[in-house]
Design a protein around this ligand. Structure first.
Ligand code: ZN
Length: 421
């Protein structure tokens, strides 16, 4: 009887033969001891954006990127295919074993709770409580509502912070959104930190008071509550990225500008970057887009600036993501320059690396492209801490880092609020 390892090796040889017939000759690769079903690899030589787009477009799950090195999760076939395409892959681990390790021996008390030791992250129920408490304690500064409901019928909370929050004043609005990707839990904490800072800090901090008095701050702490809850189900991390509609849609490939245009997303439902059957097929991206559309008052979009928070890689990214050109329809060179200037200014405050989104690799159907193209909103993506990570560490940093890594963006948030004026 063949062992499991031998079976995988046989499958690898068969797959390799098929691949060799379809493409160029396969160079011999040193076989690692085992080939995990979901292996974590560092792709060493994806040095330019075109090469990284090839890697991302192969269907692998790109976890992070820094200085030309991508960390990806790949099936044996995907890993072979990339190697056949000339990429050097270094196996760093078995994704499923790493997931179990990361949560192992630290199981939560119950389902839908963070593993023991990470309790300072907020579950959806805890987040909801916290937002209600904020509204209760700061009724003069904050109102809690919702932009709509998720696929599994959870409220997509929206909190508005301003001096007269019940009134739609003629002040620039700035939007912060978090957690489009389920496993990026640090981002939910980022949005919550923004909410707490601008409410709790109002009475004592003159700079905060000034911003709250002259802006309307809009925060959606989780755009993907179903995915986030699933990611901590059964008391351990699941490594889940998408929403929970069928096999899951990548919300940040589902937006309606140049949706699916350019090889920056997948049409296969099993892919981690599945764009959905049509633009805005996901209720979560649709609800958020409808809310932004609704902020057009007297033909003028009230939201002037936006950050969508992700993890990880420590990057400040701006549109367009669907093209590697700096300019394009709806993006003049002066506008591209403004993105560059503000992006660099933001990055100076937090030490992230600033670049146009497509300098990383092509993405289509992203929130930033839509926000800018449809509404001329100065829209950035922040990829938060850490700068790099071995496999899953990047998504599941210990909860001890929450205060430091959220406060790290205070100045960037203030800078963008001022720039919106
Ligand atoms: Zn993300």
């Amino acid at each position: 009887m063949l062992t499991r390892r031998a079976l995988i090796a046989v499958a690898a040889i068969a797959g390799g033969a098929l691949l060799a017939a379809a493409t160029s000759p396969v160079t011999a690769q040193p076989q690692t001891e085992t080939v995990p079903e979901r292996g974590v690899y560092t792709v060493l030589d994806a040095e330019d954006a075109a090469e990284r787009t090839t890697v991302a477009g192969s269907g692998v799950d790109v976890l992070g990127s820094r200085d030309g090195e991508l960390t990806v999760v790949a099936s044996p076939a995907q890993a072979r295919s990339l190697r056949a395409g000339g990429f050097s892959l270094e196996q760093v681990g078995d994704f499923d074993a790493m997931l179990a390790d990361r949560s192992g021996g630290r199981s939560a008390q119950g389902v839908d709770e963070f593993p023991a030791g990470d309790e300072n992250y907020h579950t959806y129920a805890e987040l909801t409580e916290e937002l209600k408490a904020t509204e209760r304690d700061h009724a003069d500064l904050a109102t809690l509502s919702s932009v709509g409901r998720s696929h599994e019928d959870r409220e997509l909370h929206l909190i508005k912070i301003s001096d007269n929050p019940d009134i739609d004043e003629d002040e620039p609005e700035v939007l912060f959104t978090c957690n489009q990707h389920a496993r990026e839990h640090l981002t939910t904490e980022m949005c919550l930190h923004i909410v707490q800072r601008f409410t709790d800090g109002y009475a004592e901090d003159a700079a905060i008071k000034k911003l709250v008095d002259t802006r309307e701050i809009l925060v959606v702490p989780t755009v993907n509550p179903d995915g986030a809850e699933y990611d901590i189900s059964e008391g351990q991390y699941q490594g889940w990225r998408k929403n929970r509609q069928n096999e899951g849609t990548d919300l940040n490939r589902n937006w309606g500008h140049q949706w699916g245009c350019c090889g920056g997303s997948s049409d296969r439902p099993s892919s981690e970057t599945y764009r959905g059957p049509s633009a805005f097929s996901a209720p979560e991206s649709k609800a958020l887009a409808d809310f932004v559309d609704s902020r057009v008052v007297g033909e003028s979009q009230q939201i002037k600036a936006h950050i969508d928070f992700h993890t990880y890689s420590e990057l400040v990214l701006w549109p367009y993501g669907y093209t590697d050109a700096d300019t394009g329809p709806g993006m003049t060179s002066a506008e591209a320059q403004r993105f560059q200037d503000v992006g660099k200014q933001l990055a100076q405050t937090n030490g992230y690396q600033p670049q146009q989104s497509s300098d990383l690799y092509i993405t289509d159907g992203s929130v930033n492209d839509w926000m800018w193209a449809e509404h001329k909103i100065l829209s950035f993506t922040f990829e938060m801490y850490p700068s790099d990570g071995i496999g899953l560490d990047g998504f599941y940093p210990p909860d001890e880092v929450i205060p430091r890594e959220t406060a790290r963006n205070d100045e960037a948030v203030d800078t963008l609020l001022r720039a919106a004026g």
